[in-house]
Design a protein around this ligand. Structure first.
Ligand code: TRP
Length: 448
């Protein structure tokens, strides 16, 4: 049997996992939901959710991955032979496939805007309305979104085909520090603008009256999404770990870095938004309508615009790699394919599946499933249903089949582990199962 490839160093592994976790969710979702749902009050509840839901599921994924040294499907088969538990892994691999197919479309937009910043500096985008029209024209074109989606998938394939150490680890070692430097530059610019403090107020002044039940559900769902949990991405990265790694410590670092980037991105963005007198928005509206207008007015806006879209592209690329790696690892381990063949074949297939999403704002606008266009449908299916469901079953698997005792034992290899009794671990897992279950049901019912 072939020896499994391992990460070259602890830092390399942590950076890769942070790379997976830090994505579009941190930069275009977190800052906005924070401002909308009560600032510091929301952040506080989000941190509680991370500890109650995020940390347990992350520990489970890393432990199962390291213990079995396999992809999500193989891992569950190994721990629970001849049982349907492998379906958790199968759903994860499928989910990786689906998410990447449209995540790559958005990532393609950010690549294009990076280019636009250099080429035109957003000169003509003098208001969010004008920038918005330009964005609609761009995203509904039959050519550009498909081409940029192709470029992004090519980059993911390029990195993943090289391997864990020479591909994924090496690129994360270059890209993640770059991402941190860019954020710091953007923050300095944001904070030195006149009127920046209104942005800080929006983000951080606690307003407990906005912390409604709905806000709490949003926080719980986001805790899951932002850490790339529930589909085996962290499980797969964990499968390249050796016994020497302290899983608890690494997980805490990953969580701190992910939350840190989200908060810093929030500061960079909302100081600028408020200083320039705009309304805060979320998602595509923020990134492709409001921010280009800001960059067109702000001193140094050309460079800042380029840096911002480079930041988004890097965040998306390091997440995209981890998604492609889940699918690739499955075909290497289970089907005996070479890494090169698996990553190229499936990268290409994911590109093809993503083409309709890339066209869903223009040529294929008319195709509506459950009142959503194709892009929104894939987004909804994976994030609202598949991730929470996957996480829910992973926790149940650990409680009832693998057993909390095995989890605690695995956590003890390579570090002090968690110094809690099996009984307490079971209770904590049950609590997180309930919370993940509530998040899922709320998603199905359309709250949150
Ligand atoms: N964590 C990513 C973000 O914040 C999104 C994401 C969710 C993801 N699940 C994933 C990325 C699985 C890679 C793998 O944007």
């Amino acid at each position: 049997m072939k020896v499994r490839e391992h990460w070259g160093s602890r830092l390399g592994f942590v950076l890769a996992a942070v790379g997976s976790a830090v994505g579009l969710g941190n930069i275009w979702k977190f800052p906005f939901i924070t401002g909308m749902y009560g600032g510091a009050a929301f952040v506080l509840f989000y941190l509680i959710s991370i500890l109650l839901i995020g940390l347990p599921v992350m520990l489970i994924e890393f432990s199962i991955g390291r213990k079995t040294q396999l992809n999500p499907v193989g891992a569950f088969q190994k721990l629970a032979p001849s049982s349907p538990y492998f379906l958790i892994g199968a759903m994860g691999v499928l989910c990786g496939f689906i998410i990447l197919s449209y995540y790559s479309v958005v990532a393609g937009w950010t690549l294009t805007y990076m280019y636009k910043a250099v080429a035109f500096g957003f000169k003509d985008f003098s208001s969010p309305e004008i920038a918005g029209e330009a964005f609609t024209a761009y995203s509904s074109s039959p050519i550009w979104p498909v081409l940029s989606h192709a470029v992004f998938m090519f980059l993911c394939i390029f990195v993943v085909s090289k391997g864990v150490k020479v591909g994924i680890e090496r690129w994360n070692r270059i890209l993640m520090p770059t991402l941190f430097v860019i954020i710091l530059l953007l923050i300095v610019r944001g904070l030195t603008l006149e009127g920046a403090d209104a942005g800080l107020k929006f983000l951080f002044v606690p307003d407990f009256s906005k912390l409604t039940a709905n806000a709490m559900l949003v926080a719980m769902g986001h805790a899951f999404f932002t850490l790339s949990l529930g589909m085996g991405a962290m499980l797969t990265y964990g499968s390249y770990l050796s016994e020497k790694e302290d899983l608890v410590k690494s997980s805490l670092w990953i969580i701190v870095a992910d939350t840190g980037v989200a908060l810093l991105a929030g500061i960079a963005i909302f100081t600028a938004v408020f200083a320039m007198g705009f309304e805060p928005a979320g998602g595509p509206g923020l990134v492709f309508h409001v921010l280009p207008a800001i960059f067109s007015m702000m001193p140094g806006g050309n460079i800042m615009g380029f840096l911002f879209f480079a930041l988004l592209s890097i965040a998306a690329l390091t997440s995209g790699m981890s998604l492609l790696e889940v699918v690739t690892a499955y075909f290497i381990d289970q089907k005996g394919w070479s890494r090169r063949k698996a990553s190229i074949a499936f990268g290409f297939l994911i590109f093809l599946v993503g083409v309709p999403s890339a066209l869903s704002f223009g040529a294929l606008k008319e195709i509506i499933i459950f009142k959503m266009n194709l892009f929104d449908f894939f987004d909804y299916l994976s994030f609202k249903y598949m991730l929470p469901l996957g996480g829910f079953f992973m926790v149940l698997f650990t409680i009832f089949r693998w057993k909390p005792k095995s989890l605690l034992e695995e956590l003890k290899r390579g570090g002090p582990g968690l110094k809690i009794s099996v009984g307490l671990a079971t209770v904590l897992l049950l609590i997180s199962a309930v919370f993940v279950g509530v998040t899922f049901v709320a998603g199905v019912l359309g709250v949150g």
